[in-house]
Design a protein around this ligand. Structure first.
Ligand code: NAD
Length: 338
């Protein structure tokens, strides 16, 4: 019997619908050539839901996600006023305990990167740190945000990163600010050292986050796997996306024990909404990561090689890559390669 994967598909806000629809088209083209089916189940979530439902994650959508094998998520706009609904991505990461945020950072053919031939991965703890949402006003003009770091979550993410390093060049850099955040990053550092005992073949370096951001510009080739806490990982991965090429190319996977959510690293870029202008590759590569996680390795490679072939040819280039092709031109070029 042909295996069918149910995919919760959340188009999101801003440029989300454009890049998600482009990705679904490419995934459907791959599915046609494969011996599995993808059943896209569309759910509403994001800023545009707040007026209608009073929340950015309606309970119908949450129920829909629970019935699926994986989630393909477009970027969403997060309101910034205190008391407004919190980020959908952060909420879903917590609900499904998607503790590992995996962001491959690599150079692509014909795409200008700061240094040639870059290939490293940022593994970001995805459930706690400064994203715990525990923030309050102590007195007018005095606020506090809790940076929650636990041994349990740190050990889990460290172990995940070591496993990944074992499949790659066996080098891990753990990034922290232990000279200032002695207790919280002390817990994180101790957990990495504990996990290290099980992976004697992996060479380990540690780096303060400020030095790590500098090295990312100066000599990004030193990295293989970077593991770090939530906010540091978020900042480093946007920087890494630009160092390796463009935010329009960077994909991310949110992985838990039994569920995975796949999305571009970028946000909803509201100023480009509906302009058919942005690069869909980040979301298409997130789709490739989803197929890989589902175990459909050949199909995942097919999507990736189609993207690489289009970039190699260099004829279809979106504005972020210095060209004038549209979002749909790029999607069509990629699916023609599939
Ligand atoms: P952003 O990533 O949306 O945009 C920053 C800039 O990056 C854009 O102005 C554009 O120049 C470039 N860019 C982004 N995506 C691109 C693409 N596909 N192709 C080409 N260029 C691209 O970041 P922001 O402006 O800080 O955030 C906008 C909104 O997105 C905010 O509401 C934020 O909360 C939200 N956000 C959501 C997620 C998510 O859903 N996971 C992640 C990050 C930001």
């Amino acid at each position: 019997m042909v295996k069918t994967y149910k995919i919760a598909t959340l188009k999101g806000d801003g440029i989300g619908p454009e890049v998600t629809e482009a990705t679904v088209k490419v995934l459907q083209a791959v599915e046609e050539k494969s011996n599995f089916k993808l059943d896209f189940k569309y759910g509403e979530a994001g800023y545009h839901c707040i007026a209608k439902y009073g929340t950015n994650l309606p309970k119908e959508t949450l129920e829909l996600i629970k019935q699926t094998d994986a989630c393909l998520k477009g970027p969403m706009t997060t309101p910034e006023e205190p008391g407004a609904p919190v980020s959908v991505a952060v909420t879903l990461r917590k609900i499904f305990n998607l503790y590992a945020n995996v962001r491959p950072c690599r150079s692509f053919p014909n795409v200008e990167s700061l240094k040639p031939n870059l290939d490293f991965v940022i593994v970001r703890e995805n459930t706690e740190g400064l994203y715990s949402g525990a923030e309050s006003l102590l007195a007018p003009g005095v606020g506090v945000a809790l940076r929650i770091i636990t041994h349990e979550a740190s050990l889990k993410i460290a172990d995940f990163a070591f496993k990944l390093a074992m499949k790659r060049r066996k080098h891990l850099t753990y990034v922290h600010k232990g000279n200032i955040l002695r207790i919280t990053d002390g817990i994180f550092k101790d957990a990495v050292k504990e996990a290290q005992q099980n992976y004697p073949e992996v060479t380990v370096d540690d780096m303060h986050v400020d030095a790590a951001t500098m090295q990312l510009i100066k000599q990004p080739g030193i990295y293989d796997v970077i593991v770090t806490t939530n906010l540091f990982g978020d900042i480093l991965s946007d920087e890494a996306a630009q160092v390796t090429g463009s935010l329009g190319l960077a994909a991310g996977a949110n992985i838990g024990e039994s569920y995975g959510m796949f999305e571009p690293v970028h946000g909803s870029a509201p100023k480009y909404t509906g302009m058919n202008r942005v690069n869909p590759i980040a979301t298409i590569m997130a789709g490739s990561m989803m197929l890989d996680w589902l175990g459909e390795k050949a199909a995942a490679s097919k999507v990736e090689s189609s993207v690489i072939n289009v970039l190699k040819e260099g004829k279809v280039r979106t504005a972020d890559l210095g060209g004038s092709a549209t979002t749909s031109d790029m999607a069509d070029a990629i699916l023609a390669k599939v």
